[in-house]
Design a binder for this molecule. Sequence first.
Ligand SMILES: C[S@@+](CC[C@H](N)C(=O)[O-])C[C@H]1O[C@@H](n2cnc3c(N)ncnc32)[C@H](O)[C@@H]1O
Length: 456
Amino acid sequence: MNRAGKLSEEDFLLFQEFLKEETGLYFENKEDHVLCGALLERMKKKGHGSYEEYYHYLKYHSESRFELRELLNLLTTGETFFFRNMPQFQVLMRDVLPEIIERKRKVGDHSLKIWSAGCSKGDEAFSVVIAIMEVLPDYKDWNIVILGTDVNRNVLISAREAIYTARDVGELPEGYVEKYFTRKGSDYRLNPEVKSLVKFEYHNLSKDSFGLEGMMGADIIFCRNVTIYFHFETTKELISKFYDALSDGGFLFLGHAETLWQITHSFQTIEYPETFIYKKTLKAVNSKENKPKQYKPTIDTTGFGLEKIQESVTEIKIKPVEEDADFLKAVILANQEKYEEAIAIVSDMLKKDKLNVESNFLLATLQCKQGKMAEAEQWFRRVIYLVTDEPMVYFNLGNIYASQNKFVKAVLEFKNAVNLLKNKKADEPVRFGEDFTAGLLLQICKRQLELFEKKH
Ligand SMILES: C[S@@+](CC[C@H](N)C(=O)[O-])C[C@H]1O[C@@H](n2cnc3c(N)ncnc32)[C@H](O)[C@@H]1O
């Protein structure tokens, strides 16, 4: 029986803030069973009778650093396997690695730097080695640095051992298990050559500087299924550091349910039928070139990139139905970030014609830009009152709720959008979405759903 009882709101807030600061991990719910289980286990081990006592030990004791590591081993989930998210590995082998290799060969540079950030027990980093061996026959003539980092010391021990189970290797393409592993009973031991190409190090993504070899100037950074547990601000800072760490033309791979939505516009989004990745293109920043684009004309993509959603609320992209001079003026002012002036014009317009759908939508968007989410919500609701079947409105509402951590409501709105989009043709334009297609918006809403369904 645990003497500490239930975690009080007060104690929960202390741990929540502490863990956010120290690790980036953000627990929203005081009933979170991972958090409660980990705290109780460590308290029992260290003989602390109350959460408060344990909190003080964790925060102020001279040995607290070691205790935090122990706690982190329990708080972090290391689910991973080889070639996880197969479409991304296909893109890696078919497009990304060949592009980097060709670019480097041209300038006589025979080096590759790849970082698996939040690598867990190594499956991701070793999958990258296998991918390189497959596409670069003369890899031995290259200077290859592959770094795997994690904050959980237990997974790092496993990574260095590189002994896997049938489940870990179950998704590998045919023939790869035989080629890259040696079977011993139920163990799949990674061949020493693959093993030797990765270095595993302890590193806390939310705290530590990017000083290890393989970080700065990286050609590719994988940070998949790590930031889903982070606070939004931590993710934002981390992504900006990844941007600085990547070399020009470098790629960022995020997890299936992770996007740069509301996080940054710096990367170019490259969309494939079943996945998307991000690219750092210095030359294209702040220029038209930085618009999302299809990676190769031969690939059948469903639309443009994810940056469209980043623009949908944050940039004013409404096509006025009638060329109303005041409306155009408001849009121009909005694009110059003169929101107050734009709002004044649209408000006047609405006094004269309160049923004008475009004006209502524009006002809602302007309120979003001002960070006035409650007002924005009201105006989007008025749009729904006027036109009930425009997916872009539900999509925006979903994003507003998500930004307020109201995930149940967000999920409902994304579902509304999905239901409306399902009946549209993939290449059909979306009202209020400028050059958004129904197909692209549907993909994005589904991803948002996947992400937020986990959170509520
Ligand atoms: C679910 S695993 C993902 C493993 C791999 N990237 C994949 O997608 O298969 C998440 C990993 O992120 C690590 N992690 C969590 N917070 C971290 C932090 N602040 N710094 C570094 N790693 C962290 C966890 O320890 C865990 O091993």
